[in-house]
Design a binder for this molecule. Structure first.
Ligand code: GCO
Length: 478
């Protein structure tokens, strides 16, 4: 009899984030987050789309959880909106906000679905931005820790998996360097300062989790884009390594080892960008070692040498969904991104690279020797609802099938993988691409032009994943 590569308690899951699905942005005592304010600015998001209603999960969570149960999901990753729990970011607790998430957790447990709770998925209470500049102030370390402790106290009887910060590298770079996320700053010095404070806040929350003696596991989710050299020219190989140091190990080393990688820090020091480190910082970072690395994997990057002068990163964001307007990222003197001639790309120009997932898992396991929870992976696409009411997302099935198969190989390689959450369960709001970029197993009948019924429709991929879960991966074709 064929044996599965996946353990019997492997967490076959799917994921979402509060702002991208909930809606009800000002209901039941919730105050505004930085995203609620940001989307009001003309031109900030695709066609001015907002998450005010999103896919109305706040009112339809029972229907959504029922669909998860029908699919057989073992785990569901969602995020808690800080400004529902503590509307002003610090101070008074909003019981109605707590009740919503408590009910959601109970609903999941009713069907045997393991909740994986993200503490922070980018929707900072606006009050903290307005009063002290959010992630740029060390005050946030304590406020984030107090908020997390409320959640640990309330939910750790029922929650075994916690994600501390989601994609710190993304919200910090987009918020303080590319100016595409709030607070829309373009300043590398401020970026590295804010990032250091976010590292401390992350460590502080993990430390509080340990000190509180809560059961369960906690770790950050990192958006890891492994690097390749464009070719075997030594200069390009060096560029790929420098990219890896500055854009990946720079974060992951801090999480796991509690130190910044020496070579990346030297680059920042030379450019006058190194963050201010105070006495005690290093001890705090070391006290925040996670139980697992959360991995959000979408694509790989290909690099070549970038001999030109200059100090800053450069990025052109693709927010239009049109092909050929992709992101170009570089650090003059070190590296710039190149097109990988061996890989196809999505409609948003992200490389499609299943082997890259195995590589990502191996690199993390090899450098850090830590279990890995894949907290996101998926394909953003223009899905089409057919006249007969079906959605044939064959591209997504192909994408996910190949990625799951590479996870199996990584497990055979010896990597400790706790679980796999696809992004996403239902279609949801893409921060910068509106509702046209769909990721879900469940289609939500909604677009920018009209407020439709927000009807849920199971895509073909819904049934594909159902089989994968049921067979514990044995129904994989490759
Ligand atoms: C998008 C992105 C997001 C992210 C997720 C990161 O299109 O907006 O893909 O959906 O993947 O929020 O954690």
């Amino acid at each position: 009899e064929e044996r599965s590569l996946f353990s019997s308690d492997f967490l076959w899951g799917s994921a979402s984030a509060a702002y991208q699905i909930e809606g009800a942005w000002n209901e039941d005592g919730k105050a505004a987050s930085i995203w609620d304010e940001f989307v009001k600015q003309p031109g900030a998001t695709y066609k001015g789309t907002t998450g005010n209603i999103a896919v109305d999960h706040y009112h339809r969570y029972k229907e959504d959880v029922k669909l998860m149960a029908e699919q057989g999901l073992k785990a569901y990753r969602f995020s808690i909106s800080w400004s529902r729990i503590i509307p002003n970011g610090k101070g008074e607790i909003n019981l109605e906000g707590l009740k919503f998430y408590s009910d959601l957790i109970d609903e999941l447990l009713k069907y045997g679905i393991e909740p994986i709770v993200t503490l922070y998925h980018w929707d900072l209470p606006y009050a903290l931005q307005a009063s002290y500049g959010g992630w740029e102030s060390r005050e946030i370390i304590q406020d984030f820790t107090e908020y997390a402790k409320v959640l640990f106290e309330m939910f750790s009887d029922r929650v075994n998996y916690w994600v501390s910060l989601n994609e710190q590298n993304i919200f910090i770079m987009h918020g303080y360097l590319f100016a595409t996320h709030p607070p829309a700053v373009k300043d590398p010095k401020r970026m590295y300062e804010a990032n250091h404070i976010a590292n401390l806040a992350n460590a502080s929350v993990i430390k509080a989790f340990r000190e509180g003696g809560y059961k369960g596991k906690i770790g950050p989710s990192f958006a890891y884009t492994p690097s390749y050299a464009l070719d075997c020219q030594p200069e390009n190989c060096l560029a790929a390594e420098q990219h890896q140091e500055l854009l990946s190990y720079f974060w992951m080393d801090c999480y796991v080892r509690g130190t910044y990688p020496r070579l990346a820090m030297k680059v920042l020091e030379d450019k006058g960008l190194a963050p201010t480190q105070l006495p005690g910082d290093s001890e705090l970072l070391k006290a925040g070692r996670p139980d697992f690395m959360g991995l959000n994997y979408y694509q790989t990057a290909t690099l070549e040498a970038n001999p030109s002068d200059g100090i800053g990163f450069d990025s052109k964001m693709n927010t239009t969904g049109e092909k050929g307007k992709s992101e170009s990222k570089g650090l003059p003197g070190l590296f710039k991104t190149a097109v990988n001639p061996t890989l196809e790309t999505t409609n948003w120009d992200w490389t499609i690279d299943p082997v890259g997932l195995r590589l990502a898992l191996r690199r993390i396991a090899s450098r850090y020797d830590i279990p890995i929870l894949i907290t996101e992976n998926g394909l953003g696409d223009f899905d089409k609802l057919e006249e007969d009411g079906t959605v044939n997302d064959a591209n997504r099935i192909d994408f996910l099938e190949k990625h799951v198969s590479e996870i199996g190989k990584a497990i055979e390689d010896g990597v400790d993988v706790l679980g796999y959450c696809t992004w996403s369960f239902t279609d949801l709001l893409s921060w910068l691409n509106g509702y046209q970029k769909r990721y879900g197993f469940v289609y939500v009948d909604r677009d920018e032009e009209s407020e439709k019924e927000l009807t849920r429709i199971k895509k073909e991929s819904f049934y594909w994943y159902k089989d994968i879960i049921k067979s514990n991966g044995l129904s994989l074709k490759r």
